[in-house]
Design a protein around this ligand. Structure first.
Ligand code: C2O
Ligand code: CU
Length: 584
């Protein structure tokens, strides 16, 4: 029996689709304004065949995919239909040049949108690439509020590679415990860890019982009877391909916790894009993807066309207690219902960091990409530690655990409201004697909401330094994501960054990205130019870590920011004051 395919459009979906696409207004240069009317709400859904409540948009989970062309303006009228909580949406990877108030970060770029209210996000998608969007208030990303944002090259422009068709895979992880309870658990004293996810989702579909059975089957060649048969909501996605063609696979990870690895049975892939930037192409059998990252890979359908093949994703960097997520590559030369003969590709050993590092080191920019300035103006060291504050478990950067203020920084900085947050800069380095190889000798830290003010136009280096967590022999992976900019990844290393590492930095062809991993007990160096006026979050993309304070805030050139929409200002102690200021 055939698992139903996701691509069948029922008349209702189709009508909804037309309605969601809304109106296109073509401008003089052929770029368009693309309007969307969206309503955020909870809905019943069985993403992994177990019914739960998820957050979706216009009754879809995952939320609708936005497709646009470079140069277009995206206009999203977002109405909050949640009854008792605010919401915001962040456009991950979009730099928001000239529109920092549309970045969608609660307490940073705007006030959370109240229940019943509508906020209009209007921003330009200036660069082709694979992006996504997600909730950025509390842990709403973990609640399932996410979708893809695909930006194609301008009309008439060509990319450096050819393909016959493309598919999108949005990867996420899923817990059966609701997100509010997760927030309470993580904030409790003592903290109650949320544990590993129950399932991994590909385009919002996972199979809680079924893949568990696959994983337990040691020869793995036959698929046990699964609950997903006939259940449209959790049936694996099917990618329908023709033999002997080239396809582009756009993959984005919005996981709350899991680092992943993706493979297609028997098919090699070529990496061509990361976070909206082109790479020097290189072949892989499988690849790692951390939360917040996106990749495009090309693959040829050059395998036996009378078979189908599994696409699998599995956990890296944490001892996996979650079965693989699955999708099916279906050769149209055979029937879609035929189960693949080969078992799903096995995910590499979770703690094989050598393998992860060797993959990561292969990622370099394609020639002709913008190169970094050879010198930096300012270098900031950020030490990641796990701490305890009054018995609560927290994450801290240079011993400060981030707590967000009630008045968003963008408005309070623009209008000089010094009382809105701590005016003292957080520390820009840590004590040189800090031992990163053992648990902190004094695990105490402080809460803080101070901001790093970056002089406009300057070149900033950030050295992310990992360390041992609270328990001995534990150091975790942290994927760090920067809002408002791409940065050059200058390099990765072991232990504590020191002067002798300076000449290991790659200034020749470092990749531009918006998310970068920091490996256990290691450092990662990155460089960017503070040339985008606004206030920008820089944080670990692991949702529970951010919730527990693992982030910092950069502000730069805020005096150059244009008039901030009132709706972005009307909250906190000082919202009304800010709005009247805004009109002067
Ligand atoms: Cu995708 Cu601030 O995050
Ligand atoms: Cu983290």
């Amino acid at each position: 029996m055939a698992p139903p395919t996701k691509l069948t459009l029922t008349p209702i979906c189709f009508l909804l689709y037309l309605w969601c696409l809304g109106v296109f207004v073509t401008s003089a240069w052929g770029s368009k304004a693309r309007h969307f009317r969206w309503e955020v709400d909870y809905m019943y859904r069985a993403p992994d065949c177990v019914e739960n409540v998820v957050m979706g948009i216009n009754n879809q989970f995952p939320s609708p995919t936005i497709k646009a062309r470079a140069g277009d303006t995206v206009v999203v009228h977002l109405t909050n239909k949640l009854h008792t909580e605010g919401v915001v949406i962040h456009w991950h990877g979009i730099r928001q040049l000239g529109t920092p108030w549309a970045d969608g970060t609660a307490s940073i770029s705007q006030c959370a949108i109240n229940p019943g209210e509508t906020f209009v996000y209007r921003f330009k998608v200036d660069k082709a690439g694979t992006y996504f969007y997600h909730g950025h208030y509390g842990m709403q990303r973990s609640a399932g509020l996410y979708g893809l944002l695909i930006v194609d090259v301008e009309d008439g422009k060509k990319e450096g590679f050819h393909y016959d068709g493309e598919f999108n895979l949005l990867l996420s992880d899923w817990w059966h415990k609701g997100v509010h309870e997760q927030e309470v658990d993580l904030s409790a004293n003592p903290m109650r860890w949320i544990g590993e996810p129950q399932s991994l989702l590909i385009n919002g579909r996972g199979q809680y019982n079924c893949t568990l059975a696959v994983a337990l089957d040691s020869n793995g060649s036959s698929l046990p009877v699964c609950k997903f048969i006939g259940n449209e909501q959790c049936a694996p996605n099917i990618l329908h391909v023709e033999p002997n063609k080239t396809y582009r696979l756009r993959v984005a990870s919005t996981t709350a916790l899991a680092s992943l690895n993706l493979a297609i049975g028997n098919h090699k892939m070529v990496m061509v894009e990361a976070d909206g930037n082109y790479l020097q192409p290189f072949p892989v059998d499988d690849f790692d993807i951390y939360s917040g990252e996106t990749y495009s890979v090309l693959f040829h359908t050059d395998q036996n066309p009378s078979s189908n093949y599994w696409i699998s994703v599995g956990v890296r960097g944490r001892e996996p207690k979650t079965p693989q997520g699955l999708a099916i590559l279906h050769y149209k030369s055979t029937t879609a219902s035929k189960l693949p003969i080969l078992p799903p590709p096995r995910t590499p050993q979770w703690n094989d960091y050598i393998r992860s590092k060797s993959f990561t080191n292969k990622i370099v920019a394609i020639s002709g990409s913008p190169q970094p300035p050879t010198n930096y103006n300012r270098r900031i060291f950020l030490l990641n530690t796990q701490n305890r504050i009054d018995g609560y478990t927290k994450w801290a950067i240079n011993n400060v655990s981030l707590t967000l203020p009630s008045t968003p920084y963008l408005g309070s900085i623009k209008h000089g409201l010094a009382s809105a947050f701590d005016q003292k800069s957080p520390p820009t380095t840590f004590v040189s004697t800090y031992d990163i190889t053992s648990p902190p000798s004094n695990p105490n830290a402080t809460y803080g909401n101070g901001v790093y003010k970056l002089e406009f136009g300057k070149t900033i280096d950030v050295i992310l330094q990992n360390a041992n967590a609270l328990n001995a022999n534990v150091s975790e992976i942290h994927p760090w994501h920067l809002h408002g900019h791409d940065f050059w990844v200058l390099g990765y290393g072991e232990g504590k960054f020191s002067n002798k590492d300076e000449n290991k930095l790659n200034l020749k062809n470092p990749p531009l990205r918006n998310t970068v991993v920091i490996f256990p007990y290691g450092w990662t160096a990155l460089r960017f130019i503070a040339d985008n006026p606004g206030v920008w979050a820089f944080h670990c993309h692991i949702e529970p870590h951010l919730h527990m304070g693992m982030g910092v805030v950069f502000a730069s050139g805020v005096d150059r920011v244009g008039k901030i929409p009132d709706e972005a200002l009307s909250c906190g102690l000082t919202g009304k004051m800010l709005m009247s200021e805004n009109h002067n």
